[in-house]
Design a protein around this ligand. Structure first.
Ligand code: NAP
Length: 250
């Protein structure tokens, strides 16, 4: 594992679930962590619990100006951003295409797709100048398989995999590492919303079928090391037993 201590990690969607776990795991490895999400109280409470190495910045990833301001605040506080974790995401409203609300459908694209682009756009100039950086983006099995009533989610996750490839093509030579992570199903608020929908096989899964967000956080830490370089421009699946072994989960 490369040393992450003293590095600065900017995590979107850090108010709960995978993002919160990632913030705690990276802080536990002595990195500075920047928690970005819309829920001000939640990110402030988590940052206060972590201590001085954590900064909470209220930010809606759907709005580029807010993302740029949050990255500037991270740079003011810690000198730059070494790792971006594009984690913010949403799945509601789950709805069939023929009856879906076009505005609500588009909002998911604003968060899950444009939000990822906004993060990449905001950190890439600084990483280019530094000659190094990692951009890790949370993908999903839904990027590869259509799931009933998830057209917005499937389309957005497929598209962010292409953004990872684009960053890799344009910026690997500048020292920027871009990798996606498909975590499998994870025990978070998002799975509670999926269960409540009762639509498609994912909603029928038992809670014990999901992995913990701490596993995903440990994988993200591992992805910052050279050991993950084989996947630059590609996607790692945490369902893969070999990956679980390499990360030290089994
Ligand atoms: P979660 O518990 O619902 O957390 C979602 C996070 O995203 C929250 O912190 C939320 O914060 C943030 N967020 C949503 N909209 C945002 C916006 N406009 N701006 C900034 N932050 C926003 O879900 P999770 O499972 O941890 O999801 C994290 C990522 O993993 C998502 O990209 C999701 O698609 C992906 N994923 C999850 C699973 C799973 O089974 N759970 C599987 C595959 C992939 P605020 O509401 O405070 O803004």
């Amino acid at each position: 594992m490369n040393d992450i201590s003293g590095k600065t990690v900017f995590i979107t969607g850090a108010s709960r679930g995978i993002g919160e776990s990632a913030a705690r795991a990276f802080a536990g490895a002595d990195a500075n962590v920047v928690l970005a999400a819309r829920s001000s109280e939640a990110i402030q409470a988590i940052a206060a619990d972590i201590g001085n190495q954590a900064l909470a910045v209220v930010c809606d990833v759907a709005d580029y100006d807010q993302v740029a301001r949050a990255v500037a605040a991270a740079t003011d506080a810690f000198g730059g951003v070494d790792v971006l974790i594009n984690n913010a995401g949403a799945v509601e409203p789950i709805s069939h295409m023929a009856t879906s609300d076009p505005n609500a459908w588009g909002k998911i694209i604003d968060i899950n797709l444009k939000g990822v682009y906004h993060g990449m756009r905001a950190v890439m100039p600084g990483m280019k100048e530094a000659g190094s950086g990692s951009i890790l983006t949370i993908s999903s099995g839904a990027a590869h398989h259509p799931l009933e009533a998830w057209s917005h989610y499937c389309a957005s996750k497929a598209a962010v995999n292409m953004l990872t490839k684009c960053v890799d093509q344009e910026a690997r030579d500048m020292g920027i590492r871009a990798i996606g992570l498909s975590p499998g199903t994870v025990a978070t608020q998002m799975q509670k919303e999926i269960k409540a929908s009762g639509i498609n096989p994912v909603s029928k899964l038992d809670w014990t079928d999901h992995i913990s967000p701490e596993w995903v956080a440990r994988c993200l830490l591992w992805m910052c090391s050279d050991a993950a370089d084989r996947w630059l421009g590609g996607e790692i699946s945490l369902r893969d037993e070999e990956i679980r072994r390499q990360v030290g989960l089994i």
